[in-house]
Write a protein that binds this ligand. Sequence first.
Ligand code: KG4
Ligand code: ZN
Length: 346
Amino acid sequence: MVTTLAIETSCDETAVAIVSDRHVLSSVVSSQIDIHRQYGGVVPEVASRQHVETVNWAIAQALEQADLPWDGIDGVAATVAPGLVGALLVGLSAAKTLALLHQKPFLGVHHLEGHICASYLTEPTLESPFLCLLVSGGHTSLLHVQGCGHYTTLGQTHDDAAGEAFDKVARLLDLGYPGGPAIDRLAAQGNPQAYALPEGKISLPQGGYHPYDSSFSGLKTAVLRLTQSLQAQTPDLPVADLAASFQATVARSLTKRAIACALDHHLSTIVVGGGVAANSGLRQHLTAAASDKGLRVIFPPLKFCTDNAAMIACAAAEHLAHGRRSPLSLGVQSRMAVEDVLKLYA
Ligand code: KG4
Ligand code: ZN
């Protein structure tokens, strides 16, 4: 049994969790959304300061909820990449301090590996290989998961991430921040077939289209143009129909690529991770398409789709079980390929 305490501060959630193998003993998430909402997005400096103010409270809460003495904790982890550098540094400094103080191994964790591991928390028997559709605010990737720390990117977006597209479209429809949940709620009242929107495709030099890569910036521009032309015709913008049509287009695009990629690579399980995994349109569409093809699809519960520390603690526990730990000289990185995860460990 490997028990880890992890701190996640890569963006606008201060989160601390304790996980024992793949079982969550405690998970505390303090969201800064209400603070950043007034600016229409995350302000890095504000995020860092807020993490400093909240992290000690979150650590105390996680320890209290798990009701575990330090003797029961085998390692201390923090997200070290990718993310906002100032924000990551807060979690890193706190985790290193705790590791030194309590003489525990320290582990730096790649945020995207956390999103991959989120599904282990409800499917503890899940084993690689599988395909991971990773859809967050900063990333949209199809990853071949070969084992703990062994990942290959098979497909990715060439411009906006899926979550970024949700956030930008929500902004242009005046739905506020964060956009994903707002569009999801509104789409439930709209007609997904109301407007035909273009699915972004990536051309190949030899002709045809890339089967797994995606693009969302053209779709966002199409929604903008359509919105402007509708505004010229009517004072009552059909926002629910626009939200539903946009969401259905994203869900179709992601589903098509994930299914093709899984079948081509003989992977019978698709695991979804990241904030957009919470999207009800994607959940319905992908579940139905996967079942048609005889594929298994796993979505984490909503609380583990968006940023949390339980997924980071889970990734750390997997690495610690493989005998890996990070040097205390490890720093943070705003960008880092998920293929390079093993560079974090000695
Ligand atoms: O994984 P996450 O919490 O943070 C990153 O690592 O980026 O993902 C945040 C993203 C945001 O873009 C947010 O709008 C989107 O996930 N999101 C959703 C939903 N909930 C969160 N997008 C669509 N539908 C949702 N229900
Ligand atoms: Zn995330």
